[in-house]
Design a protein around this ligand. Structure first.
Ligand SMILES: [Ca+2]
Ligand SMILES: [Ca+2]
Ligand SMILES: [Ca+2]
Ligand SMILES: [Ca+2]
Length: 250
């Protein structure tokens, strides 16, 4: 349980929820600080499963910060500098976090040129393999793909319209083709189609059944929790841009 709590705390810190309240998440250049596991942080990201694109680039600025509960920098932001002189500002391009403080980055978010979230990848079970892929549209979640059987390929697809869940497709026998379709309205499961013989066509649509309603309630609660987490994460995010401060003036 202690490990879970550490991971949860680190996750909150990664989202900025705790860091803001505690005034933590201070920028740090103290690379090579000892870690909980005895590893050291390489500022080039070569040993922490970094997926941000900054290595060997002099048009990127990298900031490492340390979340509450971590003994080492566990949040990395990569910026590009836009404009010149007094108009110069940093635009975040990539942000990656070691949520469970094992020294390996497990969540990476890529931003577009305006600093809006574009894509995210996560290793939610910390086994070193990506299992969650998120696509954003206009900064809002549009698609979430999950790998439930650990084969490296997504088998659950959640589609969102204007940030609201509309459809889930599940590949329950992991043959690469969806066989369960769930249609949502207002966060509630409206109907569910099942392809029983796996020929790619729905054989049965279920509506207004007790099981469907229970599934809807379950999904609604899960989505609410996920939305709350995403909201906290979004609020804690960089907001895309901030004023550029010359290294000389920091
Ligand atoms: Ca990690
Ligand atoms: Ca994983
Ligand atoms: Ca899979
Ligand atoms: Ca299937």
């Amino acid at each position: 349980m202690a490990g879970t709590r550490v991971a949860l705390l680190a996750g909150l810190v990664a989202l900025g929820a705790v860091a803001v309240a505690c005034g933590g998440d201070s920028d740090s250049r103290q690379a090579k600080a000892p870690t909980k596991t005895g590893r050291a942080v390489d500022p080039t990201g070569s040993d922490d499963q970094s997926r941000c694109d900054f290595k060997g680039r002099n048009d990127r600025e990298v900031r490492e910060s340390t979340g509450f509960g971590s003994f080492q920098p566990n949040i990395r932001r990569v910026y590009k500098i836009v404009g010149e002189g007094v108009d110069a500002r940093r635009v975040v391009q990539c942000r990656e976090v070691d949520s469970n403080l094992d020294g390996m980055k497990d969540v990476v978010r890529i931003y577009d040129d305006k600093g809006e979230a574009f894509k995210e990848q996560a290793d939610a079970d910390f086994n070193g393999q990506v299992d969650t892929w998120i696509t954003f549209a206009s900064g809002r979640m549009a698609k979430v793909e999950l790998d439930k059987n650990g084969d490296g390929k997504p088998d659950q697809f959640k589609h969102y319209i204007r940030g609201k869940l509309r459809r889930i497709e599940r590949d329950s026998n992991f043959d690469g083709k969806p066989d369960v379709w769930e249609i949502y309205a207002g966060g509630v499961l409206e109907r569910m189609g099942v392809d029983l013989d796996h020929d790619g066509h729905v054989d049965r649509w279920d509506r207004d059944q007790v099981a469907v309603r229970m599934a809807a309630e379950r999904e609604r609660k899960l989505e609410e929790e996920a939305e709350a987490k995403k909201k906290a994460k979004a609020e804690a995010a960089d907001g895309g841009t901030d004023a550029y401060v010359s290294p000389r003036n920091r």
